[in-house]
Design a binder for this molecule. Structure first.
Ligand SMILES: O=C(O)CCC(=O)C(=O)O
Ligand SMILES: [Fe+2]
Length: 402
């Protein structure tokens, strides 16, 4: 597909497609405090014929990923109407999925993959405490075997969902990786050709429809308002859609959590661990979490659509030393995961492969409601007076704000 051609999905009224009620974005919060100010990147400028415009764009990206590790992406080729159709399909899924499909397609996170249906009772296959989060995750095997691996109610719409995931991966993400390759002063397709995994609409990554329902008081108390622990994503880039219910928070340079504001139609891009390592720490993996929304949104349901782009599973990540930027400026060792990978390498130990790195984190994920592990002395520790979540995966220490 031409890299910057706009998204052109299959028709919504083909014969046999049931009517899907339109998703109506819930009202935005009136709360104005604790919101991050993120830089917005206009992806269409990458096609400008004026080299000065393109150079300016690359500089903007460089500053945004160094300062925040998070950015908004606009004009990436999907209209608001097309995007809302995808949210309508996600809403349709949670209104129509049968109990039988929930059982049949139940996820098995112990396998290291989220593939399938996540029930709203925590991040293990067996039901734990309620967390109000339902998800359906599409991996390669799910795209390839729709009849057996996708909820029946979505079968008539898989042409649209697949076209969307394909466009996000092969057009939006590819152009985004061009921007990042250029920041590293490498050939345009360096990251796409050498690091991004391929095959199916999601390569070794996955696409998600998530629904966060309001939670009961007991859940909120057990989790202290947290819906997903502070974390970094393990892959290359994550493409999240900006949504009206404000729950996504990022960790600012001043070591505080800030909500990501709602920018209709925009994509929220976060940088995964792989990009931090490949860039030798010049890019920061985005520290983020999902928290309860401001009070005026506490009773609203939140839909979230996400594409997780994964790196090639067999690779053990190291910095791209052919990058002129890295050659000139060296690596930046104050960073989290890159610094840890470097420590292991310096000790003569093997770092995990990308596949090992993502699968161990999925298989050992804990719940925010887990009061046994979320205690100082268990998975928490105090660093400079702040409570931090501390885990170790295959010799790599991960310390993140709670
Ligand atoms: O739903 C969201 O906004 C973020 C979810 C997230 O960070 C994740 O699943 O890794
Ligand atoms: Fe995440």
């Amino acid at each position: 597909m031409a890299r910057s051609a706009p998204f052109n999905p299959p028709s919504i009224d083909l014969p046999g497609k049931p009517f899907v009620p339109g998703w109506v974005p819930p009202p935005v919060t009136q709360e104005k405090h604790n919101f991050a100010q993120l830089k917005s990147i206009d992806l269409s400028l990458l096609d400008s014929e004026d080299p000065a415009v393109v150079e300016n764009l690359i500089q903007q990206v460089k500053v945004a990923i160094r300062d925040d590790g998070f950015l908004f992406l606009e004009n990436y080729g999907v209209s608001l109407e097309q995007l809302h159709r995808q949210f309508s399909l996600a809403q349709y899924l949670y209104k129509n999925i049968s109990e039988e499909d929930k059982q049949r397609l139940l996820f098995e996170p112990d396998s290291g993959k989220w593939s399938g249906y996540k029930h709203p009772f925590g991040f293990k296959r067996h039901r734990g405490a309620a967390d109000g989060i339902e998800q359906f995750n599409w991996y390669t095997a799910d795209w390839e075997e729709i009849e057996n691996r996708v909820p029946t109610c979505l079968h008539p719409f898989m042409d649209e969902i697949e076209a969307f995931a394909n466009y996000l991966t092969k057009s939006v993400n590819r152009r985004l990786l061009t921007l990042f390759s250029r920041v590293l002063e490498l050939p345009d397709d360096y990251l796409w050709d050498n690091v991004q995994s391929h095959g199916s609409p999601t390569g070794e990554g996955y696409f998600r429809h998530a629904l966060f329902r309001p939670v009961k008081k007991e859940t909120q108390e057990a989790s202290k308002g947290l819906r997903m622990h502070g974390h970094t994503d393990f892959g290359l880039t994550t493409l999240l859609f900006s949504v009206p219910i404000s729950c996504l928070q990022i960790w600012g340079r001043d070591e505080q959590w800030y909500y990501v504001p709602y920018k209709p139609g925009a994509l929220v891009i976060n940088i995964g661990d792989t990009l931090e390592i490949v860039s030798g720490g010049h890019f920061k993996a985005t520290r983020h979490r999902v928290f309860k929304p401001p009070v005026d949104q506490l009773n609203e349901e939140r839909l979230s659509l996400v594409l997780f782009n994964s790196s090639v599973g067999d690779l053990r990540m190291t910095p791209a030393t052919e990058s002129p930027l890295i050659q000139r400026e060296g690596c930046v060792e104050e960073q989290g995961v890159y610094k840890e990978f470097k420590r292991l390498t310096d000790e003569g130990r093997l770092v995990p492969t990308n596949k090992q790195w993502r699968e161990i984190q999925i298989a050992t994920c804990t719940d925010p409601t887990d009061t046994v592990h979320n205690r100082v002395g268990a998975h928490q520790t105090i660093v400079d007076g702040k409570i931090m979540h501390q885990r170790e995966y295959m010799g790599v220490k991960v310390v993140l704000p709670v």
